[in-house]
Design a protein. Sequence first.
Length: 87
Amino acid sequence: MTKTRESADATDGAAAAADDRLLTRSEAAAFLRSHGYRISYSTLTKICSPAINTGPPSVGKFGRDNLYQPSVLLAWARTRMSPGGDT
């Protein structure tokens, strides 16, 4: 079965819409865990604190919640990875 142009455009639009969705910090931690990065909400909160400030960049705030883009979260998580090796 082949994709029609309309269904392909709808699929691409859905993927783009999913990436445009902004996540709260707790959703960001769950999102990173679902992509294989073991990080808890409390660790994410700690590294985002002004004293440490090594967390992912937020795109803004809504009320008291910092908001994060999924693509930025994944890029940030990749930069925190250390090279693998034999142990």
